[in-house]
Design a protein around this ligand. Sequence first.
Ligand code: UT7
Length: 335
Amino acid sequence: MINSSRNGSISGLGRALPARRVSNDDLSHWVDTSDEWIRSHTGIESRYLAGEGETCSSLAIVASRKAIEQAKVDPSDIGMVICATSTPNYKAFPSTAALIQDGLGLEQAGAYDLSAACSGFTYALEMGRAMIVAGTTDHVLVVGAEILSSIVNWQDRNTCVLFGDGAGAAVLSVSEKREGVQFSYLRAVGSGEKALMIERGGSATALTAEWLEASDDLSSMFISMDGRKVYEFAVRVLVETINHLLEQAGISKDELDHIVPHQANIRIIQAAAKRSGIPLKKFFINLQEYGNTSAATVPIALKDMDDRKLLKKGQKIITIGFGAGLTYGGNYIIW
Ligand code: UT7
């Protein structure tokens, strides 16, 4: 029986980035690119890339610790850790969420990773909300964490300039007020599998010694992307998600305070703003600083907004993710 007076509200946020900041100019020493091309085609100016000892779980733990501190929640009251990631510490298991659980000493928590690529945090937020509404637990730690530098093809200028590493975390806590994550819209278009993928290394295309020996081209072990296809998909689903969530919320565009979109490319956000008829200033943008950190973009953005005191009680917010799968979706939040 679902207790409908229970809502899942964001009680704390945290962010963690690797120590090394890499500018577009720095990248131009590694691949044939330029600051001018990257800025004009994506809006990205820099990104953070992991160095020695910086892993998906280590960044996630730092971000989560900050989120738990801000939430003022006793760690032993957290009943679940959900880590949205495409770059877990280990390929199959143990999950990165279990490493986070251990690193933070969350003795009463279950833990699992969620795989929905760049939509991962929006999916995970809904999973956390559902657990709270169902009464499974009162507090869920929801993390988006990525070390994309480990799966990027550093010889492919079409993709390597786009991504960065980082982690963001949110504590979702039970609230009886009408606040927090109200509902979500989650979708997939699996027929778009080839538009953004790592072709080799899964169970269907295992990395065998024979294959490694026979192959001089290892690019299928890293990210490949049909940029144009993903771009068009992204603009379309951003608008679709906004419209769907506004309709379900029964509010107009004017009543919406913020849209927190996945941070992939400023041109995608500009095009979605234009097509949806919502002023660009309502879309939070920080991709210039971090690049695309996949499942981490939305929680890092929320944390940046919180630091800048942009988030105020009662505000109506839409978060949106889109990415490989293809997957997409968003959450409607009353702050
Ligand atoms: O989380 C979701 C993941 N991904 C996305 O959201 C990405 C969606 N797609 C995009 O953001 C854009 O399609 C890109 C940024 C990937 C590419 O922008 P574009 O305006 O669609 O460029 P393009 O692919 O049409 O390439 C234009 C030119 C090409 O040269 P030619 O063939 O016209 O001579 C590329 O080779 O730009 C060239 N190019 C570069 N030049 C310098 C591609 N990458 C680079 C680079 N530096 N890094």
